[in-house]
Design a binder for this molecule. Structure first.
Ligand code: GLA
Length: 509
C-alpha cells in the first residue's frame, strides 16, 4: 500500500490544536494552544468567566461553573480562530471508553455465547468493578458477504441463534453497554457487507438491537469512487452520513471512528459527532511493529508496536480533551501471544487461520513481554486513550496482568476528568519523558526506557514545565502503588529494556 498523504485541507489550519472543546462544569479545564506556524506567538481574547491565559505555557486553563456553549478567540498573526467550548454534565463520552472488543483474539469466531461468557467474566474477574463497561462485537458478526434480500442487516444465524437484540439484552441486564461494527463502504475489512448507502436501514437495526456504540471502519472506501479517500472532505462526508442516520433513530449511539488516523481525524471528528476515533493503524501484540518502511511518523498501513505508537503520538497529543479522544487501538496486554489478528506481526501468516497464529520459525510467539505490556497500559492511561481490552477474559489471566489492567491508580489517570493527553517532553539517553496535566492541579509523569538494554536516566524536574519552580513534589509510584518520597531535584533511575515508571506528583504545600 502506498504512503497515505494527509488530507489537503489540513495544511490550511492556523491552529495546530483543537478548535472544538468540551468540559465538565466545575472541573478544571485545559486547552493547549499550538500553531501550525511556529514562528507566531498566540494570544487569546474573550475568555469566558473562570478561564485565564497561561502565557508561559501557552494554554487556556481554569474552571467554568455554568453549563453552556462558549466561544473565545485565538489570535495568531493576522488570523482569528474561534474556539467553541461546550460545558455540560451530559456529554456522550466525558472520559475515555473502557471496555472490550472481540477482534484481536476472537476474529471471526464471534458469537452470542462468546458475548454472554465475556459479559459474565467481566463481572467475575473484577473488570466491571474496575470500570470496563463497553463490550463490542467487531467484524464478522454478519450472516454473510451479502446483506439479506430485504436489505435489513442480520447476524450469522448459527453463531447468533437468538438474534442481536438478545445479545444487547443480556449485556444491558448486566449493566454493560453493547457495541457493533460496520464500515463506511460496501464491504467490511473482512469482506462482509458494509453500510455505505444503507446507513439508515443499518442504524435503525442497530437501535432496535439496543446498540450503544458503533465502531465504524474505513476499508474499501477507495473503491467507492467518491473522491480521494485520504482527504478530510471524503471521510467527513462518509462519517456524517452515518451520524445523521444514527441520530434519526432517536437512540443515543456513540460513533467510534476507525480510519486509522489517515486524515488527521483529531482535527475534524467532532464535526461528525464522534467523541473518539482511532489515531493509529492496527496495534499488534509486540514492542516493534511491522517495519514496512522507514517512515519516521509511521503513517503507513501495517501493524504497530508500542514503540511505533509512542513515536506517532507526539504529533497530536494536544488535540485530546474531554469528549474528544484519540484512540491508540485495542490493548494487547494479557494476550501473551494467544491472539489471532494481534499476532499479525508475523509476516508469513495466513490471515484467517481460525486456530490463531502462534509460531514463527518453529518458535512460539509470545507477544509483548511483561515490561512491554505494563508500558503499553501505562501509556494508554497517560494519553487518555480509550482502554479497550482484547484478551480473552474467559481464559486464564495472570495475576500480574490482572493487577495492571485493574490498577485503580493508573485507571484514575486515564479517567482524569480534565481529559488531557500526556505530552512528549523529550527523548534523552534513549528514554522518553511524557507529562500529563491532571484535574487536581497535579501531574502524572512517565519515563520509558526505549533502549533494548537496561539503562540509566536522570529525571530532572526542571524539564517539566507544568511544575512550579522551587516547589517540592511527592511522588506516588502508580504501577507499584507505593510512595517514592519527594522530587526536589534530579533523581537517577535504572530501568529494564522497554520498562517504564509512572508517578503522580502532588505539590508539598
Ligand atoms: C480493521 C480495523 C481493526 C478491525 C478489523 C476488522 O483492520 O482497524 O480494528 O476492526 O478491521 O476486520
Amino acid at each position: 500500500m502506498a504512503a497515505l498523504a494527509v488530507g489537503a485541507s489540513a495544511s490550511a489550519r492556523v491552529l495546530d490544536s483543537s478548535d472544538r472543546t468540551f468540559s465538565l462544569p466545575g472541573v478544571r479545564y485545559m486547552h493547549k494552544i499550538r500553531l501550525s506556524d511556529t514562528t507566531l506567538t498566540p494570544r487569546v481574547e474573550k475568555l469566558p468567566e473562570g478561564l485565564r491565559w497561561n502565557d508561559r505555557r501557552k494554554l487556556v486553563e481554569g474552571t467554568v461553573a455554568a453549563e453552556g456553549d462558549y466561544v473565545y478567540n485565538v489570535i495568531a498573526g493576522a488570523d482569528t480562530v474561534p474556539v467553541h467550548l461546550t460545558v455540560s454534565s451530559s456529554l456522550p463520552m466525558p472520559t475515555p471508553m473502557m471496555g472490550w472488543l472481540s477482534w484481536n483474539v476472537v476474529l471471526s469466531n464471534v458469537s452470542e455465547s462468546l458475548l454472554r461468557e465475556t459479559a459474565d467474566a467481566m463481572h467475575d474477574k473484577g473488570l466491571y468493578d474496575a470500570g470496563y463497561r463497553w463490550l463490542g462485537i467487531d467484524d464478522d458478526w454478519h450472516c454473510g458477504a451479502e446483506r439479506p434480500a430485504d436489505s435489513i442487516p442480520a447476524p450469522d444465524p448459527v453463531r447468533f441463534p437468538h438474534g442481536m437484540k438478545a445479545v444487547g439484552d443480556y449485556l444491558h441486564e448486566r449493566d454493560l453497554k453493547f457495541g457493533i461494527y460496520s464500515t463506511a463502504a460496501l464491504r467490511t475489512c473482512d469482506n462482509k457487507f458494509g453500510s455505505y448507502l444503507f446507513e439508515d436501514i443499518d442504524a435503525r437495526a442497530y437501535a432496535d438491537w439496543g446498540v450503544d456504540f458503533l465502531k465504524y471502519d474505513y476499508c474499501w472506501v477507495p473503491e467507492l469512487n467518491i473522491g480521494d479517500y485520504t482527504t478530510q472532505e471524503v471521510a467527513l462526508d462518509l462519517y456524517s452520513r452515518m451520524r445523521r442516520a444514527l441520530d434519526k433513530t432517536g437512540r443515543p449511539i456513540v460513533l467510534y471512528m476507525c480510519e486509522w488516523g489517515t486524515t488527521r481525524p483529531w482535527e475534524w471528528a467532532h464535526k461528525a459527532g464522534a467523541p473518539m476515533w482511532r489515531a493509529t493503524h492496527d496495534h499488534r501484540d509486540g514492542w516493534y511493529g511491522r517495519r514496512l518502511n522507514t517512515d519516521p511518523d509511521n503513517t503507513h498501513l501495517g501493524g504497530q508496536g508500542v514503540f511505533d505508537i509512542m513515536n506517532h503520538w507526539r504529533h497530536f497529543s494536544q488535540y485530546t480533551g474531554v469528549n474528544h479522544f484519540n484512540d491508540a487501538d485495542m490493548l494487547c496486554i494479557g494476550i501473551r501471544g494467544r491472539g489471532k489478528a494481534s499476532n499479525l506481526l508475523l509476516l508469513d501468516v495466513t490471515y484467517n487461520r481460525p486456530e490463531g497464529v502462534f509460531e514463527k520459525d518453529g518458535q512460539r510467539y509470545t507477544g509483548m513481554d511483561t515490561e512491554e505490556a505494563r508500558t503499553e497500559f501505562a501509556m494508554w492511561c497517560m494519553w487518555s486513550s480509550p482502554l479497550i481490552l482484547s484478551l480473552d477474559v474467559r481464559d486464564y489471566i495472570s495475576p500480574g496482568d490482572l493487577a495492571v489492567i485493574t490498577n485503580p491508580e493508573l485507571i484514575a489517570i486515564n479517567q482524569d476528568p480534565m481529559g488531557q493527553s500526556a505530552d512528549f517532553v523529550h527523548e534523552r539517553d534513549g528514554f522518553q519523558l511524557w507529562v500529563k496535566d491532571l484535574a487536581d492541579g497535579g501531574v502524572a509523569v512517565a519515563v520509558v526506557n526505549m533502549n533494548d538494554t537496561a539503562a540509566d536516566y536522570t529525571l530532572d524536574p526542571a524539564d517539566i514545565e507544568a511544575l512550579e519552580a522551587g516547589t517540592a513534589y511527592t511522588l506516588r509510584n502508580l504501577m507499584e502503588r507505593s510512595d517514592d518520597g519527594r522530587l526536589d531535584g534530579p533523581r537517577k533511575l535504572s530501568l529494564a529494556p522497554h520498562a517504564c515508571k509512572v508517578w503522580r506528583l502532588a505539590p508539598v504545600r
